[in-house]
Ligand binder design. Structure first.
Ligand code: SF4
Length: 301
C-alpha cells in the first residue's frame, strides 16, 4: 500500500489564533457519533457546555453563535476544548480539517484543502513543479491504473515550463480528447454570481471582476504558483474520476479554477482561499459550474 502526499504537506501547522479566516467561523461543524458519546460522558462545566452547544438534528452539530463562530472558539482565536480537554477531545471534522483523503485500490492519497489560508500559502509559495511524496509500506503495490498513468502525463505536461501554461493545460486536456474551453473573466464572474455564496467578500470580488477591463492573462498565468495550483487541483479532483469523460469534465473544472484565480488575484490576495471555500467545498456549486463549463466543451456541449 502506498501513501501519497504533496510536497508541502509536512510543513503544515494550523495558524490557530494567527489565522485571519478561521475554519471555526462560518462553517457548520458536525459531531461524529463516537465523539458525541464521549462528550456525553463528561461531567462538570465543560460537559454541560458541550451538551448545551450541540444540536442533535438533523445530524449532531455545534450550534454556532450569532456571529457564526463555533461556541468553543475563544475571542483570542484559541479552542476552549483543546485548552481544557486536549486535542484528542476534538470531533473528527475538527481533528482532520483541512486534510482530505482519496482512497484508491493501491494507495491512500492525502492533501490539505485550499479553503485554509495556510494550506493555500504553502502550495502557492512552493518552488518548482508540484512533487508527490510516496511512502511504501512494502505490502506489495498493484500496478497504477490507466488513469494514474495518464495523471503522470498530465503532470509532466503541466510542468513543461518551456510553453505558456495555457498551452500546457490544452495539452493536458488533449490527452482526454478535449479542447480547453475559452475563458472570459466577465462572463465567468457573472455566472459565479448566480451560484450560492457565503462570504460578502466573495460577492464583492466577483462584482469587481464582472466590471473589470479585459486583460491578457497569460504573462501572469505562467508564474510558478499557477502551475502548482493546476497540478494540485488535478491531484485532488481528477484522481477519483470513474471514466475518461468524467476525467475531462473535472480537468475542465480544474483549469477554469486556475484561470479564475489568476484573474481574481490582482483584486484580492485572498482569491484562492475564497474560491476554494465558496466553490471547491460546495458539491452543488461544483456540479453547476461543471454543467456550465460543459456548454463550452468540444465533447459535452
Ligand atoms: S483555516 Fe487552517 S490555519 Fe486557519 S484555523 Fe483552520 S486549519 Fe488552522
Amino acid at each position: 500500500m502506498l501513501t501519497v502526499r504533496p510536497d508541502f504537506y509536512d510543513k503544515f501547522h494550523c495558524l490557530a489564533s494567527r489565522c485571519r479566516h478561521s475554519c471555526c467561523v462560518g462553517w457548520e461543524i458536525d459531531v461524529d457519533d463516537e465523539t458525541l458519546a464521549y462528550y456525553n460522558t463528561l461531567e462538570g462545566p465543560v460537559g454541560d457546555a458541550l451538551r448545551e452547544s450541540i444540536a442533535l438534528a438533523p445530524a449532531p452539530h455545534f450550534r454556532l453563535t450569532a456571529e457564526e463562530r463555533c461556541p468553543f472558539l475563544r475571542p483570542d482565536g484559541l479552542c476552549r476544548l483543546i485548552l481544557t480537554l486536549g486535542e484528542d477531545s476534538l470531533c473528527d471534522i475538527c481533528a482532520l480539517h483541512p486534510r482530505f483523503y482519496n482512497e484508491l485500490p493501491d494507495r491512500l492519497e492525502m492533501g490539505l484543502g485550499l479553503c485554509c489560508e495556510e494550506a493555500a500559502r504553502l502550495l502557492t509559495e512552493g518552488a518548482g513543479p508540484l512533487r508527490l511524496l510516496i511512502d511504501d509500506d512494502g505490502a506489495g503495490a498493484t500496478p497504477p491504473s490507466p488513469l494514474l498513468r495518464r495523471r503522470e502525463e498530465i503532470f509532466a505536461r503541466l510542468a513543461d515550463t518551456a510553453r505558456p501554461l495555457t498551452a500546457r493545460m490544452e495539452g493536458a486536456l488533449a490527452l482526454c480528447g478535449e479542447a480547453l474551453p475559452p475563458f472570459e473573466h466577465r462572463e465567468a464572474a457573472r455566472f459565479l454570481l448566480t451560484l450560492e455564496r457565503m462570504e460578502e467578500s466573495w460577492t464583492a470580488l466577483l462584482d469587481t471582476l464582472a466590471a473589470a477591463p479585459g486583460e491578457e492573462l497569460e504573462p501572469r498565468l505562467s508564474e510558478e504558483r499557477y502551475m502548482r495550483l493546476a497540478a494540485y487541483l488535478v491531484y485532488r479532483h481528477v484522481t477519483g474520476a470513474g471514466s475518461e469523460r468524467e476525467e475531462a469534465r473535472l480537468l475542465r473544472f480544474c483549469f477554469f479554477a486556475v484561470r479564475l484565480v489568476c484573474a481574481l488575484e490582482p483584486y484580492s490576495p485572498d482569491a484562492l482561499r475564497l474560491f476554494s471555500a465558496e466553490i471547491e467545498y460546495s458539491d452543488e456549486n461544483v456540479e453547476k459550474l461543471c454543467a456550465w463549463l460543459a456548454t463550452h466543451s468540444s465533447r459535452d456541449g
